[in-house]
Ligand binder design. Structure first.
Ligand SMILES: C[S@@+](CC[C@H](N)C(=O)[O-])C[C@H]1O[C@@H](n2cnc3c(N)ncnc32)[C@H](O)[C@@H]1O
Length: 418
C-alpha cells in the first residue's frame, strides 16, 4: 500500500513518525517536516497498533536531506536496501541534530532527567563525509561465493566491491587479499578486522576470518591508543569486541579518564571498578591515575579476560589489576575481596541492553560516590539512569559521540555522583 504522509518527528531505530488516518506510522528514510510518499510494510501481525513503512518519493524535502553517499544503503525504491547506514539520507550536521534530539528525548521520557546533550564528531569524519570509519566489517558469502550483504525484505544478497563505511586501510587490505573477487563457500560469514595504525609497519596485523577460521593475517591483533604521550598497547581477539570506529578507542578512553580524574579529585589510593571491561581498553589507562590505584575489572568473555590480563602484564601494571571473568551481577553478588568491596569510582560500559536494575542497585549498594557510564544505547542508558537517580545519584555530566556515522547509533558518556 502506498500512502502520503506529513512526517512529524524523530522516532527510534533511525525512523521518523507520522500519522495516516489517525494511525501511527514509523518511516525509514524520512525527516521531520517532510511530505513523503511511502510504501507501508506488510503487517506481520494483523492487529498491530502501528504501521511501519519506507519512503519511496520525497514531495517536500527537509533542509537536512542529501543524496545517499552510499546508494546501496538507501531506500529500496531507489535501488538500495542494504543495512548499516540508516541515516545515509541525512546531512552530517543533520545526523548530529538527530542524535542530540533522540538522546535528550530518551533521557527525559525514560530517565526522567532534563539534560542538554552535545554530540561530538571524531576528527576527520567531516572530511571523509561520514564514510571510512569501520575497522571491522561482517559480510556473508552469497550463492556465487562473493562477499555480500542481504537486501531488506528479500533473500537477495548483493555483492560488494568495497565497503564504503570501512577504513581505507581495511578496503586496501581486502583488495590486496582478493576478497572482492570471492571464491568463498556460499553462506560463510566473512569478518575483516584491520586495526588503526598510522605510523607503524602493519605486517600481518589484520585478520580475514571465514567462519571462525583465520584465512589471512592473524587472530591476535595489536591495537594501541595514545593518551597524554603514553602509548597503551592491547592484544585483541579478531572475532571479539573492540570499539569499531577508528578513533573511538582513543576518544572514549580519554573521556573516561577525564571524567574519573575530575570526579576523584584528591582521593588517595583509589579503588576503581571497570565493569564490562573487554580486553581492558579503560583498565590500562585507569591504572595511571595513581601508582597505587587498584583496579577490579569484570568481563564475561573468557578470551577477553585472558587478553586483559596479558595486556596488564605487558604494560607492567598487573600488580594493580584484578581481572575477573564472569557475569557482572553474579560476580558482585558472589562477594568481592575486602580491598575491592568499597570502590571510589565505577566505570561501566555494558552491551546494548544496558546494565539493568539489578546491577545498578549493586553498584549503588557499594556506596560508590562516582559512576562513569559509557553507553551505546540511549534507551537502556535512560532506563538505568532512572534506577540510579532513584538510588540517590545525580546526573552531573552527559555528552554524546557520533562514533557510528550514517547510522542512528550514538555513544553517550554519563557521569553520576552522590
Ligand atoms: C560494549 S563492550 C565494552 C568493552 C570495553 N569496555 C571496550 O570498550 O573495549 C561490552 C562488553 O561486555 C561484555 N559483557 C556482556 N554482557 C556481560 C555480562 N552480563 N557480564 C560481564 N560481561 C558482559 C561483552 O563481552 C563485552 O566485552
Amino acid at each position: 500500500m502506498q500512502v502520503t504522509v506529513r512526517v512529524e518527528r524523530y522516532a527510534d531505530q533511525g525512523r521518523c513518525v507520522g500519522h495516516i488516518d489517525g494511525q501511527v506510522i514509523f518511516l525509514r528514510f524520512a525527516l521531520p517536516g517532510e511530505l513523503v510518499e511511502a510504501k507501508v510494510d506488510m503487517p506481520i501481525r494483523s492487529k498491530r497498533r502501528f504501521l511501519t513503512g519506507e519512503v519511496t518519493k520525497v514531495l517536500e524535502a527537509s533542509a537536512d536531506r542529501v543524496e545517499p553517499a552510499w546508494p546501496l544503503a538507501g531506500p529500496l525504491a531507489w535501488g538500495g536496501g542494504l543495512g548499516g547506514a540508516d541515516l545515509v539520507h541525512v546531512s552530517l550536521p543533520g545526523q548530529l541534530k538527530w542524535k542530540q534530539a533522540t538522546v535528550e528525548e530518551q533521557m527525559s521520557r525514560i530517565g526522567h532527567v532534563q539534560a542538554r546533550v552535545s554530540v561530538q564528531r571524531p576528527d576527520g569524519d567531516d572530511e571523509l563525509g561520514g564514510l571510512n570509519w569501520r575497522t571491522r566489517i561482517d559480510l556473508i558469502a552469497n550463492e556465487q561465493g562473493l562477499p555480500s550483504m542481504r537486501r531488506r525484505e528479500s533473500h537477495e544478497r548483493i555483492p560488494l566491491s568495497a565497503m564504503p563505511l570501512a577504513t581505507r586501510s581495511l578496503n586496501d587490505i581486502a583488495g590486496k587479499l582478493g576478497v572482492w573477487k570471492g571464491g568463498f563457500e556460499p553462506g560463510s560469514p566473512i569478518r575483516i578486522a584491520v586495526p588503526q595504525h598510522e605510523d607503524e609497519e602493519r605486517g600481518d596485523n589484520f585478520a580475514l576470518l571465514i567462519g571462525n577460521k583465520v584465512k589471512a593475517g592473524r587472530r591476535k591483533l595489536t591495537e594501541n591508543i595514545r593518551l597524554d604521550g603514553h602509548n597503551f598497547v592491547y592484544e585483541v581477539d579478531a572475532a571479539g569486541f573492540w570499539q569499531i570506529h577508528r578513533s573511538a578507542p582513543q576518544l572514549l578512553a580519554a573521556e573516561v579518564m577525564d571524567a574519573v580524574q575530575t570526579g576523584l579529585n584528591t582521593v588517595q589510593s583509589p579503588v576503581i571498578w571497570d565493569l564490562y571491561s573487554g580486553a581492558g581498553l579503560f583498565t590500562l589507562p585507569l591504572t595511571e591515575l595513581a601508582a597505587d590505584a587498584c583496579l577490579l575489572s569484570i568481563e564475561g568473555s573468557r578470551i577477553a579476560v585472558a587478553q586483559a590480563r596479558h595486556n596488564a602484564k605487558c604494560a607492567g601494571v598487573d600488580s594493580q589489576v584484578t581481572a575477573l571473568c564472569g557475569d557482572v551481577s553474579k560476580t558482585i553478588a558472589d562477594g568481592l575481596t575486602h580491598k575491592h568491596a568499597k570502590p571510589d569510582a565505577v566505570v561501566l560500559d555494558p552491551p546494548r541492553s544496558g546494565a539493568k536494575a539489578a546491577v545498578c542497585r549493586q553498584i549503588a549498594n557499594s556506596g560508590v560516590p562516582l559512576i562513569v557510564y559509557v553507553s551505546c544505547n540511549p534507551a537502556s542508558l535512560a532506563r538505568d539512569t532512572a534506577t540510579l537517580v532513584e538510588a540517590g545519584y545525580r546526573l552531573t555530566h552527559i555528552k554524546s559521540y557520533d562514533i557510528y556515522p550514517m547510522t542512528h547509533h550514538v555513544e553517550t558518556l554519563a557521569v553520576f555522583s552522590k
